[in-house]
Each structure stands twice: as C-alpha cells, then as structure tokens.
Write a protein that binds this ligand. Structure first.
Ligand code: TMP
Length: 245
C-alpha cells in the first residue's frame, strides 16, 4: 500500500506495544505498532521481529471486517507498514475478554482443563490498570467504581459478543480457532462507544483448527519458539480483508 500523506504530530501516549501520535487533524490519531513484546504484566520483555508490521496488518484487516459488519470502530485506514490512522477516542479503562474455549488465566483460576469448549461464550471484565495487574472486576463493581456506567458496560459486552460472532466463522474458514481475545473500547467526540485498540496475535489466542498448534502470543509467553513464524502464518491466513472485494 502506498504511504498516505499524514503528518505526524507529537507523541500523545506510549504503551507496551504501540505509540499514539497526533495527526494533522484534531479528530484523528496515528497509531504505530512496535516490535516490543511483554507478558505477565511487563515482567517478561522481548522483541518479536516485524511483529509491529504483522499486527498492524492483521488488526487493520479485522477492523475492516468488523466495520463492514456493523461494529463501530476507531479505525480509519492503514497508512503504511507500521501505522494506522484512527479516530481519536477516550479509552474506557476496562478490558473486555471473550472466551470460547478454556485457556490461560481461566484454566489457572478454575482448574478447568485448557482446551475444554465452553457451553456458550463467556465475557470477563478486567480493570485496565497495569499497577494493579489488570485485576478481574465484576460488572457491578466496575459500574459502582464509576469506571463506566452500567449501560456502557452492557453496550461493550453486547459489542464484544457481536465481534465474537463475526470473527469465529471468519477465522474458522481460515483454519483458525478463536479461543479467546481481549478488546478495548473508547468514546468518540459524539459520545458513542466504539471498538478501539487492536485485534492481533498479541491480544487473541488462535489455535490451528487441525493440529491445535498455538499461533499467538502464548508462543512468546511460554517460550514455545517460532513466535514470528506463527504471527506471520496468522497474517497469511487472514490476508488483507477489503470491504466489497
Ligand atoms: P488470559 O487467559 O491470560 O486472561 O487472557 C485472555 C485473553 O486476553 C487472551 O487472548 C490474551 C488476551 N490478553 C491481552 O490481550 N492482554 C493482557 O494483558 C492479557 C492478560 C490477556
């Protein structure tokens, strides 16, 4: 894709995997994807070669798919290999996790076996607060703490389940099982809640539909090797989704 002419302003925010810059328009920001990888709340640090490029492309593709399926998102366009143009939003400080299959912290917390299929998708909320280690929080607690209103939480959960219902069959066609994923939402200028952040092998668990091989950040978390290759494989399977093509 040709570089689009966007002038980068000052850096507004730097996270563990991305940087956010002002653009030439007040309503738009540039999000830059880094190769830095962290796990266990930043305790484990590393770099995955070209992860930023791969995640930028995977996330752009999936956000286009979701937009075209009626999910409101912050995504505008991918500018180049590492950068996307997105609408400026105020991030709501909750992480919304959807699970189809038991894995990761759910297996650890409940003792259920990794790989057990859940009878229906399960939605979990965590506080987006690194200092506290992103703790699990109930809807009531989140609403009572004023992190978001009960109505906003319901909107986010409904959208998260809609994202799941769109992504599961799309990915299965690419021979990827969507085990679980984490979403973040933001509020735009008009007060509308929209999907924000990213959807990539950093924020999802993808298992090969045939072999069950892990094709996501668990390869980095658990030192399974071939991390970059797994991310690349996910991109190759998903491809560049374009609306109307
Ligand atoms: P978990 O099983 O470790 O709670 O993770 C659930 C899903 O959320 C998994 O797809 C990975 C994703 N995730 C993030 O994107 N960021 C995080 O900080 C954590 C802990 C999980």
């Amino acid at each position: 894709m040709a570089d689009k002419n966007v002038t980068l302003g000052k850096m507004l925010y730097e996270g563990k995997a991305k940087q956010v810059f002002e653009s030439d328009s007040k309503d738009l920001v540039v999000i830059r994807y880094k190769d830095d990888a962290t796990a266990f709340n930043g305790e484990k640090k590393g770099q995955i070669e070209e992860k930023g490029i791969i995640n930028n492309k995977v996330s752009a593709s999936l956000f286009r798919l979701l937009e075209s399926s009626g999910v409101p998102t912050h995504f505008v366009t991918r500018i180049n290999d590492r950068d996307q143009l997105c609408r400026a939003v105020k991030i709501i400080m909750l992480e919304v996790i959807v699970r189809n299959v038991v894995a990761g912290s759910l297996a650890k917390r409940t003792g259920q076996e990794e790989g057990a299929v859940l009878p229906r998708p399960v939605v979990e909320l965590t506080l987006k607060d690194d200092a506290k280690g992103d703790p699990l929080i109930s809807r009531d607690e989140a609403a009572a703490a004023g992190v978001a209103s009960a109505a906003d939480i319901e909107t986010m959960e409904t959208l998260a389940l809609k994202v799941n219902a769109i992504l599961v069959p799309f990915l299965l066609e690419k021979k990827l099982r969507l085990i679980d994923f984490k979403l973040e939402f933001g509020r735009n200028e008009e007060g509308q809640i929209v999907l924000a952040d990213e959807i990539s092998p950093d924020t999802c668990r993808f298992w090969d539909a045939g072999s069950g091989e892990k094709l996501d950040k668990d390869r980095f978390r658990r030192d399974l090797g071939n991390v970059r290759e797994a991310y690349q494989e996910v991109y190759e399977r998903i491809g560049d989704f374009r609306f109307g093509v």
